[in-house]
Design a protein around this ligand. Structure first.
Ligand code: DX5
Ligand code: ZN
Length: 218
């Protein structure tokens, strides 16, 4: 279903070649570029920050979708907006003031995303539905690419789509998306699929054709 957007995560790209990797995966059909920011505190891994986002921004023609797995979030929102993020997603579990965080994201002009870990129920989003442009349903525990899809999260997608009603809110799925799991979340109402390992496997900057094959297979 091509109304569903595929957002390759550069967490699975060659970190020494982000610019070329982004150009390659966009040329092969990526709809958005998903950028995983990790702090070694909210999640047990460290990736990169706003300076890297600013450096890759000129290489992205589509949407720069920045997933912040950091705590605290609020002191860094402006820096990621200044780096050119189109969507900034924060975790409800990352601090006590998610409502304020979402307000602060929208105040920068970026679209606001709300991420829910696998252990967090759909109901936390209920008071926030008019403040978000995207809800990111984590289908792995955040921190690493290449983990196994957690099937119990699919029901949450169904619940969120029902709660969202006729509002214009994307439901993004993040973690373990591949050709076997994608149909389950699309059927439940997801319309943006993040995929890291399933997109980048078998390809490279020198040989990007597998990226396109992998995207079309999802
Ligand atoms: C996990 C990240 C994901 C990750 C997905 O913490 O938020 O975006 O890159 O990787 P795959 O698709 O390999 O599960
Ligand atoms: Zn992510």
């Amino acid at each position: 279903d091509r109304s569903v957007k595929i957002a390759p995560s550069i967490l699975s790209a060659d970190f020494a070649n982000f610019g070329a990797e982004i150009q390659a995966v966009e040329a092969q059909g990526a709809d958005w570029i998903h950028v995983d920011v990790m702090d070694g505190h909210f999640v047990p891994n460290i990736t990169f920050g706003p300076a890297t986002c600013a450096a890759i921004r000129p290489h992205i023609k589509t949407v720069m979708d920045v997933h912040l797995m950091i705590a605290p979030v609020d002191p860094y929102i402006q820096a990621f907006a200044d780096a050119g993020a189109d969507v900034i997603t924060a975790h409800v579990e990352a601090g006590p003031h998610i409502h304020r965080t979402l307000q602060a994201i929208r105040a920068t002009g970026a679209k606001a995303g709300l991420a829910l870990n696998p252990g967090t129920p759909a109901e936390v989003a209920a008071p926030l539905l008019d403040m978000v442009d995207l809800i990111c349903v984590m289908t792995v525990n955040p921190g690493f690419g290449g983990q196994k899809f957690i099937h119990s999260c699919v029901q949450k997608v169904t619940e969120l789509r029902e709660m969202i009603g006729d509002r214009e809110v994307h439901i993004e799925i993040d973690g373990g998306v591949d050709p076997s799991t994608a149909p389950l979340v699309i059927a439940a109402g997801a319309d943006v699929l993040v995929a890291g390992s399933a997109v980048f496997k078998g390809g490279s900057v020198q040989n990007p054709v597998p990226y396109g094959e992998n995207i079309r297979a999802i």
